[in-house]
Design a protein around this ligand. Structure first.
Ligand SMILES: C[S@@+](CC[C@H](N)C(=O)[O-])C[C@H]1O[C@@H](n2cnc3c(N)ncnc32)[C@H](O)[C@@H]1O
Length: 401
């Protein structure tokens, strides 16, 4: 599609949003879920009915939210916008209390003042009982505003309703955090992009609060992210307060997902970190996700890694650090990662997030970039390598590319 096309000006009724760079992984995932999905900048459009909407929300591990297109029209003056906005079926989406919030972006259009557009839309919503979300709205208490995403590109308005509510990376299990945690959606995308087969051993030597091993266990046991809790209880989604919510259909979607859950992960999943607090956080998060039985946790430094019989996958998010000097401990850490892989993990696949080319060069394996995205606002790349079967000498194997 043309470079400046707006993702929401598509014909698919649904749009799953993903972090930039994760669109191909998301599209592959949605396709594997049986949805007709098309990658687009910012996410993937997909087709279907209510069942597909519920499935995508419950099962996508990579999407950060799912939108439903509500209205599309052209307006070049405020009186036109007012007229069109009055015809939008807002009432179908209003929660109890009617709290709404708009996320508006406008470009290359005659109506470009986002505040003035919001004012007109709020007037239209007020006619059917909607009101701006009060600042005191308590998200933790489950009291939520209905979010509408409004894109205006070259005078075309596309209004979408957020079907997810709390962002989908909030599975609910990660309440204990260690340093620099990864988003759950990013951890899942790393695992999928690494090609992990769900049954070979998986090791994260820098597990922090356990996001990668916990997401791996959820994947291996086929627990949808929306059911990551003891008792496989589903989390809440915004579509559950919509006028067209079908509780019987939703119950059948949830039940089918619960029936598909496996009793145990087929292969070992190791969650290791040298920090005691990180291991405690990993264990309490895994308990909340109900996958603690699937993890082998251990407080140990990378240098003492003992891998299970492989080959398997080492997938990790190592520490980065902003300024890396010549003799920094981080350079040594990346060199140790490469040495440990070459000596103890022959034939394994290595996949790690890298924010620094000088650090990744220390790993001394032939690296290939498979994803580019951001993590905590920092540009990062997912690098992968296959560890040679024969131990290689760091000085003669040619280094990373
Ligand atoms: C960027 S954090 C990982 C965050 C994790 N992905 C999460 O979602 O919480 C890096 C982790 O590496 C650990 N670490 C640093 N040096 C280590 C070493 N030599 N051996 C093992 N763990 C180490 C730190 O304790 C920290 O928890």
């Amino acid at each position: 599609m043309p470079g400046d096309a707006d993702p929401l000006v598509l014909h698919a009724p649904y749009f799953a949003i993903a972090a930039p760079g994760l669109e191909p992984v998301l599209t592959t995932e949605l396709t594997a879920l049986g949805l007709r999905a098309q990658a687009t900048p910012g996410g993937a459009g997909f087709h279907g009915d209510l069942r597909e909407l519920y499935e995508a929300n419950l099962r996508s591990r990579v999407a950060s939210r799912v939108l439903v297109r509500v209205a599309a029209f052209r307006a070049t003056a405020f009186y036109e916008l007012e007229k069109r906005a009055r015809r939008v079926p807002w009432e179908r989406f209003l929660p109890a209390g009617g709290a709404v919030a708009f996320r508006i972006t406008a470009r290359a259009s005659r109506l470009y003042h986002e505040g003035a557009i919001e004012e007109r839309l709020l007037e239209a919503v007020a006619r059917v009982g909607g009101a701006p979300a009060p600042a005191t709205l308590d998200e933790e208490e489950g009291e939520r505003a209905q979010v509408f995403v409004v894109r205006v590109v070259r005078d075309h308005f596309v209004i979408s309703a957020d079907a997810s509510g709390a962002l989908l990376h909030r599975r609910g299990y990660r309440q204990a955090v260690a340093k620099a945690p990864l988003r759950e959606t990013m951890a899942a995308a790393m695992l999928m992009a690494s090609g992990w087969d769900l049954h070979s051993p998986l090791v994260d030597p820098f597990c922090g609060s356990g996001t990668i091993p916990i997401e791996a266990a959820l994947m291996a046991r086929r627990i949808p992210p929306g059911l990551a809790s003891p008792g496989l209880e589903p989390r809440r989604f915004a579509f559950q307060h919509w006028a067209d919510f079908d509780p019987v259909l939703w119950a059948s979607v949830v039940e089918r997902a619960q029936e598909g859950v496996q009793a145990a992960a087929p292969g070992p999943i190791l969650a290791l970190d040298r920090d005691a607090g990180a291991i405690a956080a990993t264990r309490s998060n895994a308990r909340r996700a109900d996958v603690l039985v699937d993890l082998d946790t251990g407080m140990r430094p990378l240098s003492t890694l003992e891998a299970p019989a492989g080959p398997g996958w080492l997938v990790t998010n190592p520490p980065y650090g902003k300024r890396v000097g010549e003799a920094s401990p981080l350079r040594d850490l990346y060199a140790t990662l490469g040495r440990v892989a070459r000596e103890r993990l022959p034939g394994w696949k290595l996949a790690f997030l890298s924010a620094d080319r000088r650090l990744e060069a220390q790993v001394w394996l032939k690296l290939r970039e498979i994803l580019r995205t951001t993590n905590g606002g920092l540009p990062v790349r997912l690098m992968v390598a296959r560890v040679p079967l024969e131990p290689v000498d760091a000085r003669t194997d040619g280094g990373s590319s």
